[in-house]
Design a protein around this ligand. Structure first.
Ligand code: C5P
Length: 217
C-alpha cells in the first residue's frame, strides 16, 4: 500500500484541453491528452488526498476515488477553479488552456458560401495568474511548456503567476511531454536551484511532484 502522506489534504487539479466553440458543431482546441493531470489525480488519491479533477474532454478513464468535473471552454474552467479554490490546500493547473476564444459564437451552424471566413479571437484570462492573485495559503503549482530559454522563461512565469512550484517541460523534444507516455521535467521554486526529474513515466513524475510539494510545506 501507498504511504498516506497526503491524507486530509484537499487537492484541486485541472487537466486536458479546453474546447472553445465556433458554432454549434465546431470548435478550437489543442492536442493535450490530459495524461499528466490524470497521473497527478491518481497519485494524490492513492496517497490519501481528497481530489477534485477538473477536466476537458480526454480519452482517459476517470480516476477512481476522485471527484470529477467535466468542463469545455476556458471560461467554464476558470469558474470551476475559482469556485473550488478557497477550500483547497494544493492547486495544480495542468490543463492546456486555450489562449483565445471566439468572440461571437454563431448560434447556428456556419454555412460555407465560397468566400473566406474570418474569426475574431479574444484573449482568454490567465486562470492560473488569477489564482495566484487570490491565494491565501494554498500551494499553487503551474506547468510551462517551453521550446527555448527554458529556465529564464520558467522563472519569469513562476514569479509573474505567483506560484509555489513550476513544472517545466522542454517541448522541443518529441520523446517527452505533451502527448508522450514519458516526461522529463524541471521543478522550479523561488530562490532555489531547479531540480531535474530525469525521464520517467508520468505516474513517477506525478509522485515526485507531490514529494516536492510536501517539501514546500
Ligand atoms: O503562460 P503559459 O500558458 O505558458 O502558462 C502555462 C500555465 O498556465 C499552465 O499551468 C496552464 O494551465 C496555465 N494557464 C492558465 N490560463 C491560461 C493559460 C495558461 O491557467 N489562459
Amino acid at each position: 500500500a501507498e504511504k498516506q502522506d497526503l491524507a486530509g489534504r484537499k487537492v484541486l487539479i485541472s487537466a486536458g484541453p479546453t474546447v472553445e466553440p465556433i458554432d454549434p458543431v465546431r470548435y478550437l482546441s489543442n492536442h493535450s491528452s490530459g495524461k499528466m493531470g490524470y497521473a497527478l489525480a491518481n497519485a494524490a488519491a492513492k496517497r490519501g488526498a481528497e481530489v477534485t479533477l477538473v477536466s476537458g474532454p480526454t480519452r482517459l478513464t476517470k480516476p477512481a476515488g476522485v471527484k470529477f468535473i467535466q468542463i469545455q471552454a476556458a471560461a467554464e474552467l476558470q469558474e470551476t477553479m475559482e469556485k473550488n479554490f478557497s477550500k483547497s490546500d494544493i492547486v495544480i493547473m495542468a490543463a492546456a488552456v486555450s489562449d483565445y476564444h471566439v468572440d461571437q459564437v454563431a448560434p447556428q451552424k456556419i454555412k460555407k458560401n465560397g468566400q473566406d471566413l474570418e474569426l475574431h479571437l479574444v484573449s482568454n484570462p490567465d486562470i492560473l495568474a488569477g489564482l495566484g492573485q487570490i491565494k491565501k495559503g494554498q500551494i499553487l503549482v503551474g506547468f510551462a511548456a517551453e521550446t527555448e530559454n527554458l529556465l529564464a522563461n520558467g522563472n519569469k512565469k513562476l514569479q509573474k503567476k505567483n506560484l509555489d512550484l513550476l513544472v517545466l517541460n522542454d517541448v522541443s523534444r518529441t520523446d517527452i511531454g505533451f502527448n508522450a507516455e514519458d516526461n522529463e521535467v524541471r521543478l522550479l521554486r523561488a530562490r532555489r536551484e531547479p531540480r531535474l526529474i530525469a525521464k520517467s513515466s508520468k505516474d513517477q513524475i506525478a509522485n515526485q511532484i507531490f514529494d516536492e510539494i510536501l517539501n514546500l510545506a
